[in-house]
Write a protein that binds this ligand. Sequence first.
Ligand code: ADP
Length: 721
Amino acid sequence: MLVASVLLPLPLPEAFDYAVPEGVALKIGDQVAAPLGPRMVRGIVTALYEREGVNRPLKPIVGKLDDPALPPGALAFIDWAARYACQSPGEALAMTLRGLRSPPPKPERRLTGSGTAPARATPARTRVLEALAAAGLPMRAGALAAAAGVSAGVVKAMADEGVLTAVDLPPPLPFGAPDTALSGAALNASQAAAAEALKALLAQGGFQAALLDGVTGSGKTEVYLEAAAAALASDPEAQVLVLLPEIALTQAVLARFEARFGARAAEWHSGVAPPLRRQIWDAVADGTCRIVVGARSALFLPYRRLRMVVVDEEHDGSFKQEEGFCYHARDLAVARAKIEGALVVLASATPSLESLYNAEAGRYHWLKLVQRHGRAVLPEIDLIDLKTSPPDAGRWLSPPLVQAIGETYARGEQSLLFLNRRGYAPLVLCKACGERMTSPDTQSWLVEHRYSGRLVCHLTGWSMPKPDACPHCGAKDSLISIGPGVERLEEEARLLFPEARVAVFSSDTMPNAEAARALVGAMASGEIDILVATQAAAKGHNFPNLTLVGVVDADLGLRGGDLRAAERTFQLLAQATGRAGRADRPGRALIQTYMPEHAVMQALKAQDRDAFLAAEGEMRELSGLPPYGRLAAVILSSPDGAKLNAYARTLAAAIPNAEGLEVYGPVDAPLALIRGVRRKRFLVRADRSIDLQAFMATWRARARPPSAVRLSIDIDPYSFL
Ligand code: ADP
């Protein structure tokens, strides 16, 4: 009897065996429908073998599905990713199959001439036939009526009469075929050297990794476009993937790909409509889609012939997925490239300590671009000590920064005020009783949003209209807003510069990718004088007339106290200040801080990345923290506090003995209560030589959680909340 092992996209420990019915031809990777209890589920064939003498009859699979098979690389990647993340392979498969949730868009009904002349030729009817002839393609009824300038009734009557016939055409693909014969920008000498180095790695073939380390505006995108062209030209089926940390960045990168290759690349992120995602998924699997630009989840697509992966802004924390299937897209991108025998390019102006460590150890080819392209120079950076130059009461912009904004505005140039805090005010309290407004069942302050008039919990999304009276003591009009968010800064900028055009850029004010694109466009074309923005605007954008960046609260990121706080602050501020002066006007950045003597601030001022990294790296090495050691977090959560505590003790007693590894905890998580669910954490630190995943798997197997408690493992955690 032929048996198929079928992996189901569910948290099950392994693939299940099914009988293959007579006459069903299967190969590994095929998608099948298989029974699971009373349900029918989609699964992937991971093995096929003959078995004699079955003692227990196997259920047969129901049949092979028409959807494309998963290529071998995709299957190997699913296995690898699951082991890396301490999750079951079914959960990794679920990440891959997500794009299949929706059916592809339906064929579209279009009209074309039937060749029969109309019985009665009116001028309107003649115009319809002329419009069709001009288009040279079947057209949708509405578009045809519009092109001919006639009413819908005219078109319908012609169709009813048989003058026009309907054809059902497949919907257009949301991407095109790249033309690799087109050429890109003329590269400057250091760009050309970096591009040549990447092309040489591609020509060598097999797995290769490169760190493209170039200051903001040095042309890293131009360099990887050039390498992508070489990868695509090397093989008519070669595929290229570009991962970006922010949806807001995709439009700009898509536009550059379109300009370079004369066709749209496929766009992949949560904002893309499911039917389009389905089309892209199928086309990635059958190889017709050759360039994907997207968010971290694009890594799980079923590439047939992936030749190159770019992780742009590789240092960015948004590549880390913190919930559900926890993974770091940069690390998985390297793994995927290894599996596929592809080139992976990690690009950044402020690479992560992890990637620099690998570059220094010679595991990654280290390509450097030290100058901005053309005449653009890096901005001059100054610190404003808020202790000696404080803003006026109830204000957040210090006098030197206000003066600089005024001068910039007077010159007709643009300013960016950067504050990584959404909303109007991070805290609302009652001045009568001192009550702080918090989220119910969650330990988190409510953030005031003036645009929506609501108080919002940024952790759970819970919100309420801002009340007129304190819900605690009932005092009227007693609620006051403490501290600034971007909306409050916008208010201040409008007060100070009533003539200036002021706009806000944050995830709340940008409901979708389209709105973000429009705002980025308005800024790029000079329709905004002062842009107040969270980190959404700190990354990657090119604003030629932007010459002043003001960092409103540089100390914000340093308060969190997690291991990457200083590194993250440095990266974010270096990116933010790097927005200034990108074309031919020199830029300036002013950083407001209470800690001008802090190593991060001093390194930013001196623009001495290497000095900062050396100090930071030394500290990490001494304490055995990443990249010199490895971390894993265990998060236990349950609505039942007693069961949670009991299981935490059981798990603590089950810690396996191991050298070169320490387990801390259990402790209450800093966010000990979310939506009524209590949380506890363990933290594991291990030397690099230790197989951390094997340790975690052994530990978990020794003390499985009861059903009331959820256990999740986060390898290489970025959040310690
Ligand atoms: P990075 O990704 O390093 O920040 P970009 O590739 O976005 O840099 O380049 C910054 C700006 O300089 C962009 O507007 C880009 O079009 C321009 N630029 C970079 N290199 C060249 C080049 N060789 N020729 C023309 N323009 C270039």
